[in-house]
Ligand binder design. Structure first.
Ligand SMILES: Nc1ncnc2c1ncn2[C@@H]1O[C@H](COP(=O)(O)OP(=O)(O)O)[C@@H](O)[C@H]1O
Ligand SMILES: [Mg+2]
Length: 253
């Protein structure tokens, strides 16, 4: 039986602006299974990034709970949550947050360097970071400043950095966005490959129907609801050049 590894119970997020209360979503119940690749789609402003931020412990819900296995992350304090994120989660955000003055290698090392109780020394961190850069095909650029790299190369550094901590979960917000089609395709392929080799559970926000159709499941966030709100496995072998007619394509239009 495949285990549920992330579960939300009655999750809600509301923003107050002046006298108005803006409800992004309310009473959301989502289950994500071990090893799953889940794509979240929906119109701009639907709340996809908000949901990803909550799931990854970067933001707090207005109500409800989030469990990773038996662990309720919504009850952790700020330090515990930061530790949890650093140990368990790899982040791939569209805004890269790379440090432009640092080399690709230094950027990839960063999540391990900032640990308060490092379990490995600097040489080991460097070796690990280098092997991640190799995995994404950027070993030859390791000593280039990240600010000197192309968009696609920077996104590969972000992937390497996301995985340097050996996380169990990968969250990506529009990982193929802002890239030309071919580069986006290459990042999508890398994400699929890394998902397998690192035995990840991955959640992606995407506007890219082709990428979404390659995932195990696609959920559309609309008017605060996830649809379909049940386990709906998209046929795994949807040809990548034929998204037409898939539930995804219909969902995006
Ligand atoms: N800090 C905030 N304060 C108030 N409203 C916010 C805040 N962050 C996001 N929102 C609103 O929440 C909604 C969902 O935003 P977001 O999650 O970024 O959508 P998406 O990623 O689907 O485009 C938007 O209407 C946005 O304006
Ligand atoms: Mg967004």
């Amino acid at each position: 039986m495949i285990e549920t590894v992330i579960r939300t119970l009655g999750l809600s997020k509301k923003y107050r602006s002046g006298d108005n209360l803006l409800t992004i979503f309310d009473d959301m119940n989502l289950e994500i299974r071990q090893g799953e690749r889940l794509a979240l789609v929906g119109e701009s402003g639907a709340g996809k990034s908000t949901l990803l931020h909550l799931l990854s412990g970067l933001d707090r819900p207005s109500g409800g709970k989030i469990y990773f296995g038996q662990r309720e992350i919504t009850s952790l304090n700020a330090d515990e949550l930061a530790e949890f994120r650093n140990r368990e989660i790899g982040f791939v955000w569209q805004i890269h947050y790379l440090l432009p003055e640092f080399t690709a290698l230094e950027n990839v090392m960063m999540p391990l360097l900032i640990r308060t109780q490092p379990s490995v020394n600097r040489d080991e961190i460097q070796a690990l970071a280098m092997s991640r850069l190799q995995e994404v095909g950027l070993a030859s650029r390791s000593h280039h400043r990240s600010g000197e790299l192309s968009g696609g190369e920077q996104q590969r550094v972000v992937l390497a950095r996301a995985l340097v901590t050996k996380p169990n979960f990968l969250f990506a917000d529009e990982p193929t966005g802002n890239l030309d089609e071919r580069t986006g395709e290459m990042i999508a392929e890398l994400l699929a490959e890394l998902h397998s080799t690192h035995a990840l559970t991955s959640v992606y926000v995407t506007h890219n129907p082709r990428f979404a159709s390659q995932c195990d499941r696609v959920l559309r966030l609309e008017a605060g609801q996830l649809q379909p709100n049940f386990y709906d496995r998209v046929p795994p072998h949807v040809p990548s050049d034929n998204g037409r007619g898939s539930s995804m394509e219909a969902g995006l239009n």
